[in-house]
Design a protein around this ligand. Structure first.
Ligand SMILES: Nc1nc2c(ncn2[C@@H]2O[C@H](COP(=O)(O)OP(=O)(O)O)[C@@H](O)[C@H]2O)c(=O)[nH]1
Ligand SMILES: [Mg+2]
Length: 406
C-alpha cells in the first residue's frame, strides 16, 4: 500500500464558495492513466499538489509519471479533497448539519477554511449586500465552532476519565489521551505537541481546571487540523479593503486571497481547448482568438487582470500551501534502478510520493510495502549514489531505492 495521500477538508459557512472551490480544484484537464485511489463518497474528489518534477534536475528529457502527472516539468501529485458540509455558528449545540460536519471533518489532515472576503454572506450563510458582513468575524467564529466540537468530545465524562489516569506513567497518560481522540484522526505526536504547547506536560490531567482543558483542546485542534484561510470572492470590488485588513489582522495565520469562480472559469476554458493553462500558472494563453466571442474575451481579460495582481487565482496556491507548508510535507521518488531512475518495467520516475518531513528511509519502505519495510537492509540515494541506513531522514526530491531481503 503506497502512502495514503493527505486529505484536505474544505470547510466554511454556507454560500462562501466551498463547492465552487472544490469544483475548480478537482477539475483536471489532463488524462490520468490509473486513478491512484477511488473516491468512496460523493463529496470527495482528487486535487493535485504542484511541484517541479525532479526529472529536469536530473537532466532527463522526460519521465513516465504513473501515480501522478508530469506536464512540461511540472509534477501534479494527487491528493484527496473533501467538500465538507456547511457550518454555521452554534452548530455544536445541535443547530444545522453539525454531526455530518464533524463526521467529515474528523478524517481531514488539514483544513481550507473558505471565507467570503467580499462580505456578501451574512452570519447565517444568506446572501447579503456586498461589503456589509465582516469576514474577520467569520474566520474567528468558525474556528471557535470547530474548537467547541473538539472540546465537546474531549470533555465528555472528563472527571472520571482524568481520575483514571492518576498514578500512570506519563507515556501511558499520552497513550490514553491519544485513544480518547483517535476517532478524530489525531496521532500521538499531535497529543504530545499539544500538551507541550499548552504547558501541561507532566501535569496530572485530574488537576486541570476547565481553562487548562480548553487550552489543551485548542492546541490539539491547531496541531491536528491546521487551517489555511482562503479569502474567497477576492474578485469582487468590495473585497479590496477587507483583504488589506485581513492580511494585517490575520498575521500568524495563513491567509490567501482567492477567486474560485475565476479558477473554475479558466479550468473550464482550458478543458474546452480555448486557453492553455496549468493549475497554478500565474497566467494563461488564449489558443485561438477567433473562437472567442466578445463577452468571453472580456471575461478572460478580467480573469487575467486578477491573476496578474494576485499571481494566480489562489486555488492552487491554497492547496500547495496546505500540504507542503502547513502539513510540512516533502516529495520523494522511489525507484528500482538507481542508475536509470526507473521502476522494474523501465518507467522513468513513475511515482512521486508526498510524505511528512522527518519520514525515514525505513518508514518509506513500510509505506511502499510492509514486506519491504520488514526486510529493510539499506537504501540508496540515486542522485548521490550514496548508501543510507534505516534512520536516514528523507529530503525533498530524494530519488531513492530501497534494498530489502524480501
Ligand atoms: N464573485 C465570486 N463569486 C463566487 C466565488 N466563489 C463562489 N461564488 C458564488 O457564491 C455562491 C455560493 O457558492 P457555492 O460554491 O455554492 O458556496 P457553498 O455554499 O460554500 O458551497 C455562488 O453563487 C457562486 O457562484 C468567487 O470566487 N467569486
Ligand atoms: Mg456547497
Amino acid at each position: 500500500m503506497p502512502p495514503s495521500p493527505p486529505l484536505i477538508g474544505v470547510i466554511g459557512k454556507t454560500n462562501v464558495g466551498k463547492s465552487t472551490f472544490f469544483s475548480a480544484a478537482t477539475l483536471i484537464d489532463v488524462k490520468v492513466e490509473n486513478r491512484p485511489f477511488v473516491t468512496i463518497e460523493p463529496n470527495v474528489g482528487v486535487a493535485h499538489v504542484r511541484v517541479k518534477c525532479v526529472h529536469e534536475e536530473l537532466g532527463l528529457p522526460r519521465c513516465d509519471a504513473r501515480n501522478s502527472i508530469c506536464v512540461d516539468g511540472e509534477r501534479l501529485i494527487p491528493i484527496k479533497m473533501m467538500d465538507v458540509a456547511g457550518l454555521i455558528r452554534d452548530a455544536h449545540k445541535g443547530r444545522g448539519l453539525g454531526n455530518k460536519f464533524m463526521d467529515d471533518l474528523r478524517q481531514a489532515d488539514v483544513l481550507l477554511h473558505v471565507v467570503d472576503v467580499s462580505g456578501s454572506t451574512d452570519e447565517e450563510g444568506r446572501p447579503t449586500v456586498p461589503g456589509t458582513y465582516d469576514p474577520l468575524d467569520e474566520v474567528l467564529s468558525i474556528e471557535q465552532e470547530v474548537n467547541e466540537w473538539f472540546y465537546g468530545i474531549v470533555s465528555r465524562d472528563w472527571t472520571r476519565f482524568a481520575r483514571g489516569l492518576d498514578g500512570m506513567p506519563w507515556d501511558s497518560v499520552i497513550d490514553a489521551l491519544t485513544r480518547r481522540v483517535s476517532g478524530l484522526s489525531i496521532r500521538r505526536e499531535h497529543v504530545t505537541l499539544a500538551l507541550k504547547a499548552s504547558g501541561l506536560e507532566l501535569t496530572k490531567p485530574s488537576s486541570w481546571r476547565d481553562v487548562e482543558l480548553r487550552g489543551f483542546v485548542t492546541k490539539l485542534r491547531e496541531v491536528s487540523k491546521p487551517m489555511v484561510i482562503v479569502g474567497n470572492k477576492a474578485d469582487m470590488p468590495e473585497a479590496e479593503d477587507n483583504i488589506k485588513r485581513l492580511t494585517k489582522e490575520l498575521r500568524g495565520r495563513v491567509f490567501i486571497p482567492t477567486s474560485s469562480l475565476y479558477e473554475l472559469a479558466i479550468r473550464k476554458a482550458a478543458k474546452a481547448g480555448l486557453v492553455r493553462y496549468l493549475p497554478g500558472d500565474p497566467d494563461f494563453t488564449v489558443v485561438d482568438e477567433s473562437r472567442l466571442n466578445p463577452k468571453q474575451k472580456a471575461a478572460l481579460e478580467r480573469v487575467r487582470e486578477f491573476m496578474r495582481k494576485f499571481k494566480g487565482t489562489g486555488v492552487q496556491q491554497s492547496i500547495n500551501t496546505a500540504v507542503l507548508d502547513v502539513l510540512d510535507s516533502i516529495v520523494v521518488y522511489p525507484v528500482e534502478d538507481q542508475h536509470k531512475f526507473t521502476d522494474s518495467y523501465g518507467n522513468v520516475l513513475p511515482d512521486a510520493y508526498i510524505v511528512r518531513r522527518g519520514t525515514t528511509a525505513q518508514e518509506l519502505a513500510y509505506l511502499i510495502h510492509t514486506d519491504l519495510g520488514k526486510g529493510f537492509l539499506y537504501a540508496i540515494l540515486a542522485k548521490e549514489s550514496k548508501r543510507v541506513g534505516a534512520t536516514y531522514e528523507l529530503r525533498t526530491n530524494d530519488v531513492i531505492k530501497v534494498v530489502s531481503t524480501k
